[in-house]
Write a protein that binds this ligand. Structure first.
Ligand code: G3P
Ligand code: MG
Length: 267
């Protein structure tokens, strides 16, 4: 008997415009304020990065070190949850954001639930074992059943996605590439991932056609110049990451596209 394909859990299809690192053009990236602003600007989806502190507390942070996006310095790994109270993640962006916390994943999930948003949680492993990052993320998601349909977990590291899939068979997953290798559909299929996320510069009609043939969604990052991807708008693109959602939502044609239910290709 032929083997059934592995299940491929998927998220809701409410939005196609994804606020990258929250609304990160006008608020400090990966903060609670950036999440609130994304919602206020009309985005129903956002993306944020998750990194681990040394005690395995997952926090919203893109880099391996603190200096670019906080008032502290050194590797994130040197901190534990007890150190978070002393860290400012907003002042670097503007005096009016002073006092912004370096948010934990738990705080972000509470806010996303309260605002009725959906999100792409990107696991950053930096130097940590991928299993450790996946376990911390799985623990944060486990007690929140709504995250099975409203949180899409992605990573550039297949090992982190493999580990998460072992821990959470029903969690929607996306595989991240800058430039996808030829075998990307097989990688997604083996992980039970529903989506391919790639740099917009590497998007092609061939990728969209292969995605359609296999039933995968395709989203591109990070687009702050909508005309660059306009040729793909009607060609089956599922979503766009942008630092400033109004670039798309204030344009009638993009806004109409954003409102459409993402077409779910049959498998
Ligand atoms: O998840 C899409 C995008 O955020 C990946 O790149 O470096 O902005 O995390 P980066
Ligand atoms: Mg990211």
């Amino acid at each position: 008997m032929p083997q059934a394909p592995p299940p491929r859990p998927d998220t809701d299809t409410r939005g196609r415009i994804v606020a990258h690192r929250g609304a990160s053009r006008d608020a400090p990236e990966n903060t609670l304020t950036a999440i609130r602003l994304a919602a206020r600007l009309g985005a129903s989806w956002l993306e944020f990065d998750v990194s681990l502190l040394g005690d395995a507390t997952p926090v919203l942070h893109h880099d391996e070190t603190l200096e670019r996006c906080t008032d502290a310095t050194g590797p994130l790994e040197r901190l534990g949850a007890a150190d978070l109270a002393g860290i400012d993640a907003g002042r670097w962006f503007g005096a009016q954001y002073a006092g912004e916390p370096l948010a934990t994943l738990a705080q972000a999930l509470d806010l996303i639930e309260a605002l009725d948003l959906s999100a792409n949680l990107e696991m950053k492993t930096h130097g940590a074992p991928p299993e450790r990052v996946a376990r911390a993320v799985a623990e944060a998601l486990a007690g929140r059943p709504w995250t099975r349909t409203r949180i899409l977990v992605s990573s550039f590291r297949p090992g982190a996605l493999e580990a998460l899939r072992r821990l959470m068979p029903d969690q929607p997953l996306a595989v991240l590439y800058r430039d996808p290798p030829a075998g990307w559909p097989e990688v997604l299929a083996s992980l039970g991932a529903c989506s391919l996320h790639l740099r917009h510069q590497f998007l092609s009609r061939e990728i969209l056609a292969r995605a359609r043939a296999h039933g995968f969604h395709v989203r591109v990052f990070t687009v702050n110049d909508p005309p660059r991807i306009e040729p793909f708008r009607a060609a089956g693109l599922a979503g766009v990451f942008t630092d400033h959602p109004p670039l798309f939502l204030d344009d009638p044609e993009w806004a109409a596209w954003a409102r459409e239910q993402a077409d779910r290709p049959s498998r």
